[in-house]
Design a protein around this ligand. Structure first.
Ligand SMILES: Cc1cc2nc3c(=O)[nH]c(=O)nc-3n(C[C@H](O)[C@H](O)[C@H](O)COP(=O)(O)O)c2cc1C
Length: 305
C-alpha cells in the first residue's frame, strides 16, 4: 500500500469534511495519515469583536503562530502529501503558514508529489500563488489543486461569512434565514468532492501524476472567476499596506495596535461593500477588451505550475 500524509486545520469543521470526502476514495490504495494542526493558543471561534482583525497582520505577512508538536514522523517516506488549508485575508491561514515554515514541511515534501485542497469563501488565488512558490522552495512538486468555494454572489457571501464567523453558526435565524443562504461550501458540493479523490487515485494507479491537474479541471476542481481575480489583486495590495501599518504598533494580540486595527475594520467594511461593485463594472469592460489576457491569466491560475 502507498502512504499519504494529510495536513489540515479547520475551525468550523468545514475543511475537515471536505478533506474526508476527497480522501475517501484514496483508502483503497493508500494508508492515510491525518495530521491536524493545533495552534497554541487556539484561535477563537466564533471570533468576537476585534479578535477577527487581530489575525489580519500576521495572516498577510505570513508570520507563523506556535503549533503543538506534530505527531507524524517527518522522516517517513510518503508517496503523496495533501495540504488542506483555508484562506485568511487573501493569504494562507496563520496555522497553515506555520506548518509551511516548520522543519517538518521541508522533510516530508522534498521530492514528493503534493496536492492542495482549499475550502474558502471565494478569494483564494493570491494565497495559492504564495503556497505554490513555498512548495516549490521546499522541493515538493504540486500536481493537483482543488478549490471548493461558497457559490453565492460575492456580497451575499460577504454578509453570511461575517455572521458565521461572529456567531459560530453557518445558518441564520428568523428573517436572516429567509433572506440569506447558509454560509460556506454547500453540503452537496462537499459530498461530490469525492470524485476528485477518484481522479487522484487513478493518476497514481497509472503513474501519471503530471496529468492530474488537467483531469481534475475536467471534473470542475476549481474555477477562476475573472472579476473576483481583479478584486483580489487590488485587495492584496491594500492589505500589504494595512498589515505593515498595524505591525508597526506591535505583534500578535498587542493591544497597542487596536486603534489601527479599528481603522482597518472600517476600511474593510466600506471597501468590502462599496468597491467590489465598482471594480466588477470596470473589470467587466476591461476584460471584454483584453479578453486574451484575461483568458491567459485564468489558465495560469488554474494550473499547478
Ligand atoms: C480571519 C479570516 C479571514 C478570512 N479571509 C478569507 C479570504 O480572504 N478569502 C476567502 O475566500 N475566505 C476567507 N475566510 C474564510 C475561510 O477561508 C474559511 O472558508 C472559513 O473560515 C471556514 O473555516 P475552516 O476552514 O477553518 O473550517 C476567512 C476566514 C477567517 C476566519
Amino acid at each position: 500500500m502507498k502512504k499519504a500524509l494529510i495536513i489540515y486545520y479547520s475551525q468550523t469543521g468545514q475543511l475537515k469534511k471536505i478533506v474526508d470526502s476527497v480522501t475517501s476514495p484514496l483508502r483503497e490504495d493508500f494508508e492515510l495519515v491525518f495530521e491536524e494542526l493545533k495552534p497554541v493558543p487556539a484561535y477563537p471561534f466564533p471570533w468576537r469583536g476585534l479578535q477577527f482583525y487581530q489575525a489580519f497582520p500576521e495572516s498577510v505577512q505570513q508570520i507563523p503562530c506556535a503549533l503543538e508538536p506534530l505527531s507524524f514522523n517527518a522522516d517517513q517516506d510518503f508517496d503523496l502529501v495533501i495540504l488542506a488549508y483555508q484562506v485568511w485575508y487573501l493569504s494562507p491561514s496563520i496555522p497553515f503558514s506555520a506548518f509551511l515554515q516548520s522543519p517538518a514541511a521541508g522533510k516530508v515534501m522534498k521530492g514528493k508529489p503534493v496536492v492542495t485542497i482549499l475550502g474558502v469563501r471565494n478569494m483564494w488565488i493570491m494565497a495559492q500563488e504564495s503556497v505554490k512558490k513555498q512548495i516549490r522552495g521546499l522541493g515538493g512538486t504540486l500536481v493537483g489543486n482543488i478549490v471548493l468555494v461558497d457559490p453565492h454572489p460575492n456580497l451575499v457571501s460577504l454578509v453570511t461569512i461575517v455572521l458565521w464567523m461572529s456567531k459560530g453558526v453557518s445558518k441564520g435565524k428568523g428573517l436572516i434565514s429567509k433572506l440569506f443562504p447558509p454560509a460556506g461550501v454547500p453540503e452537496p458540493s462537499i459530498r461530490e468532492a469525492a470524485k476528485f479523490g477518484e481522479v487522484i487515485r487513478e493518476a497514481f494507479r497509472l503513474g501519471q501524476t503530471e496529468k492530474l491537474q488537467g483531469h481534475l479541471l475536467e471534473k470542475g476542481a476549481l474555477k477562476v472567476n475573472p472579476i473576483l481575480m481583479s478584486i483580489e489583486k487590488r485587495g492584496r495590495m491594500m492589505f500589504e499596506f494595512w498589515s505593515k501599518f498595524a505591525l508597526k504598533k506591535g505583534g500578535p494580540w498587542d493591544p497597542a495596535r487596536e486603534f489601527r486595527l479599528k481603522l482597518f475594520k472600517y476600511y474593510l467594511f466600506s471597501a468590502g461593500f462599496l468597491l467590489p461593485p465598482l471594480i466588477s463594472s470596470i473589470s467587466w469592460f476591461t476584460q471584454k477588451i483584453f479578453y486574451k489576457k484575461t483568458k491567459r491569466l485564468q489558465d495560469y491560475y488554474s494550473q499547478v505550475k
